[in-house]
Design a binder for this molecule. Sequence first.
Ligand SMILES: Cc1cc2nc3c(=O)[nH]c(=O)nc-3n(C[C@H](O)[C@H](O)[C@H](O)COP(=O)(O)O)c2cc1C
Length: 187
Amino acid sequence: MSDSGISVLGICGSLRKASYNMAALRAAIALKPAGMSVTVADISEIPPYNEDVRAGGFPATVETLRQEIAAADALLFACPEYNYSMSGVLKNAIDWASRPPDQPFAGKPCAIIGAAAGMAGSARAQYDLRRSCVFLDMHPLNKPEVLIGQAHTKFDAEGNLLDEVAKNLIRDLMAALAGWARQIGKH
Ligand SMILES: Cc1cc2nc3c(=O)[nH]c(=O)nc-3n(C[C@H](O)[C@H](O)[C@H](O)COP(=O)(O)O)c2cc1C
C-alpha cells in the first residue's frame, strides 16, 4: 500500500454500454473517500477459458488483468445477476486470473456491489461470488451490502444513480473498504 492512499481495481461483470453495474461502479468512484483511487479493468476481450490455451501462456488481456489485480490494494466487484448467479463474463475473468502461478487474488481485500432487475438486487449472484472469494483466499468486506434491486427504477437514462439509499450505502461501503484494506494490508 503506497503512502498516497489505497488503489482499488474495479471489475464489472457486464459488458453492455448501458450496464447498471458499470453505472453503479461509476457511482462508487464518485462516492469514494479521499485518498482512494479506483481504476476499472477492461475484461471485454478475455476469451472463454480454455486450459489448452493457458498451457501455452496467458493471453495478453489476462496477463494485464492479473498484473492489475496483483498491483491493487483492494478489488471492487460490480456483480450482475444472471440466472441467480454471477455473469459468465465475470466468472470467466476470475477463472482465468485465478490460475497459477502466483494466484493474484490471494490475501486481497475486496468489496462487492450489484444491480439487477429483480427485487433481490443481485443478492444470489453476490453470495455465489463470495463463495468463490473463499476459494480464492480473498477477504470480502461483509457489510454494508449494496443490493440495487429493480435497477431500471434507480438510474436515469444517462446511468446516473438517483436512489439516495443506494448512494449512501455505496458511500459507506467505499469508506468501509478503505478501512478494511488498511486493516488487511497490515498483515
Ligand atoms: C442471461 C440473463 C439472466 C438474468 N437473470 C437474472 C436473475 O437471475 N435475477 C435478476 O434479478 N435479473 C436477471 N437478469 C436481468 C438483469 O438483472 C438485467 O439485465 C441487468 O440489467 C443486468 O445487469 P447490467 O445492467 O449491468 O447489464 C438476467 C439477465 C440476463 C441477460
